[in-house]
Every structure is written in C-alpha cells, then in structure tokens.
Design a protein around this ligand. Structure first.
Ligand code: PH2
Ligand code: MG
Ligand code: MG
Length: 342
C-alpha cells in the first residue's frame, strides 16, 4: 500500500459539490481509500486569465494499491466525468485533481512528475495539506509540508534568479522586481552570466573576490533597515558550482566563513539544462575555432551538473525550474510562482 497526497481545486460551477463528488468517486475506486480530507479553502486565482472566479482548494490523503500511473489516469478520468475540459493552461476549471506526492517517489517524465513541480511554493496547496499531513516529507527538498508552509510564512522576501538561465536572468529578475516592487540586486562583475558564459580566464582569486562581493550584497545586515524584499540576478551558489569543478574545496572553504550571514532565497529560480546545445553556443561564442573548445565544453557540462546537484540538495528550499528555451513561458511561470507564495 502506498500513500498519495492529492491536491483538489475548483473555480467553476458548484465548487463544493464538485469537490465532494471527486472525493466520493476517489473513495469508490478499487484499490483507493481516502484517509483524510482537508477543509475547503477559498483562494485567489494564481496565473491564467484575469478576473477568473475564486478557487476552492483542498487536499486529500489516500491509501492505494494502484501504481502512480494508474492513479494519475483515474484522477484524469474523474476530472473528465465532472466536466473538466482543458482549453487553456491555468484557465478556469470545474475540477482539478493533482497528484502531489506518492510515498517518496521522484519521477521526471512528461506524463508523470513527482513530487508535483510547483507544490512547494504554492500557498493554495500547502495550507490545506498541512491540515492533514503536516509531517509528510517532500522527497527532494527534504522538508515536511509543515516546514514548507512555515518557510512561506517566515522567510525573508528574497528571490534568487540563477545565472544558469543563459543570460535571461537579468530580464527575469527585472520582471520579478516589477511584479513585487522589491529591490533588484545585480552583481556587475566580469563574469555576469556564470556559469554559461564561464570564461576560462577566471582565476581562483577573482572567483573568491566575486564570492565575497556577492555575499556582501546578501548579508542579513543589508536587510535590517528595509522592509521590502529583493530579487537578485544571481544565486550565490552559481560561483560555488564553478569552484566545485575548477578548484574543489577552495571556494567552499571561503564560503563557510561567509554563509551564516547570507540571506537564503525564499524561492530559487534555476534553468533546466535540457541539452548540451546551450553549452556549445556559449562556448563557441568566445572562439568557435578554439582547439580548447572540446575541453571547455566538457568543463561547462561538469559545472552545470555541479550546479544542478547544488540546487537539488536537501535544505535548499523551493526551486522553480524553468525551461531556458522558452523565455516567454519562463516569465509567466515566475510571476505565477511569486504570486502563489503570498
Ligand atoms: N490551480 C492552478 C493555477 N492557479 N489558483 C488557485 N488559487 N488554485 C488553484 O488550484 C490553481 C490556481 C493550476 O492548476
Ligand atoms: Mg493544478
Ligand atoms: Mg491539474
């Protein structure tokens, strides 16, 4: 038997009746028993068309002998039976049933993503979920549902837009700042868009100097007399990922002396490195005929891997993963994620 956490939402028709019907149909499914259902929460619509109706959101814990694929298919079947049609992403819907957690499974497939990729920063998901499964753990972030919600309630308003976003981090940080009214923090170094535009001429001592300057921009004392939040067009661990590959242990040793005073992002925004194409373009932009190109590409790939490993390690908190090929889509995702936290 597995435990599955489901998110429920409705903003069309008799929302309460539709949600209750979905729960009843789930419970009547062979191999599924409902264990707990949260109360229904009235929530502001996040993303999608303007002036769509308010949502009613909830969460349900169920016990199941079904596979995650079979449960996902059953959720869709119930959605269709209750009049759901998928005309528009994040558009109004009679019923939305999302598989949030399935035991501690981690799956990254087009048809099945576990945990749900946006659950960790959505208040409309976490507030109902904490009523029924406060101690259920998010398997990649490593925090419980209760800790995730506590994070939204207490973390300093600071969004870090990683420079692994292939130079779109500046635009995205500007959009996030405009959306929130928060201050922008830009780092104007010689290596603005690390690690994609990583320059082989970066020395260890320059990297340490940049790390110190970035840390200074992010010290808690910087926030002390200021009530608004901030958005940075870098993540301080961008540099550490370069260090992991080029000078193992060296930047980390410096970071240990600085890290305590540095504000951690409430939300980290990172690019998903889907192919090596970006790497090749980034490297070739410098010198397409360089005999060093193959070695540079290999190093860049290692830096990207180190970067992803850092962003995925437990304790980092919620991460919004963006497709670096889809700039317009990334903006929409980022705005919605920031709204979903408030
Ligand atoms: N679902 C979405 C997008 N926006 N907003 C609220 N308040 N509640 C939702 O369930 C919701 C949303 C995509 O599934
Ligand atoms: Mg949904
Ligand atoms: Mg859905």
């Amino acid at each position: 038997m597995s435990q599955a956490l489901i998110g429920l939402g409705s903003n069309l028709g008799d929302r309460r009746e539709l949600l209750d019907a979905a729960v009843a149909q789930l419970n009547a499914t062979d191999g599924v028993q409902i264990v707990h259902v949260s109360s229904w929460h009235e929530t502001r619509p996040i993303g999608g068309p303007k002036s769509q109706p308010e949502f009613l959101n909830g969460a349900a814990l169920l016990q199941t002998s079904l596979s995650p694929e079979a449960l996902g298919a059953r959720l869709q079947q119930i959605e269709i039976g209750l009049g759901r049609n998928r005309r528009q992403r994040w558009g109004p819907r009679s019923i939305d049933l999302d598989l949030l957690l399935f035991d501690d499974l981690i799956r990254q497939e087009p048809t099945l993503q576990l945990p749900h990729p946006r659950m960790a920063f959505r208040r409309f998901v976490l507030e109902p979920a904490v009523e029924i499964v406060p101690a259920m753990r998010h398997p990649t972030i490593g925090w419980t549902v209760s800790q995730l919600l506590e994070h939204l309630n207490t973390a300093i308003d600071y969004v870090a837009v990683s420079s692994n976003l292939c130079a779109s981090q500046h635009n995205l940080a500007a959009i996030a700042a405009a959306q929130t009214g928060w201050r922008r923090i830009d780092f104007h170094g010689e290596i603005e868009s690390i690690p994609i535009d990583y320059s082989p001429s970066l020395t260890q001592s320059a990297a340490i100097e940049f790390l110190r300057r970035q840390a200074q921009l992010l010290t808690t004392s910087y926030w002390r007399h200021d009530t608004t939040g901030a958005v940075s067009s870098f993540w301080i661990e961008d540099l550490l990922a370069i260090g992991d590959v080029l000078w193992p242990g060296k930047l980390n040793a410096v970071w240990e002396t600085l890290s305590e005073a540095v504000v951690r992002p409430k939300l980290l925004v990172c690019g998903i490195q889907t192919s090596t194409k970006e790497v090749v373009i980034g490297a070739a932009a410098g010198n397409p005929n360089s005999p060093q190109l193959a070695a540079d590409i290999q190093r860049l790939q290692a830096i990207q891997l180190a970067h992803t490993a850092r962003a995925q390690r437990p304790g980092i908190g919620p991460v919004l993963w963006l497709n670096t090929q889809d700039t317009a889509g990334a903006e929409v995702e980022l705005i919605a994620a920031i709204q979903a936290m408030s």
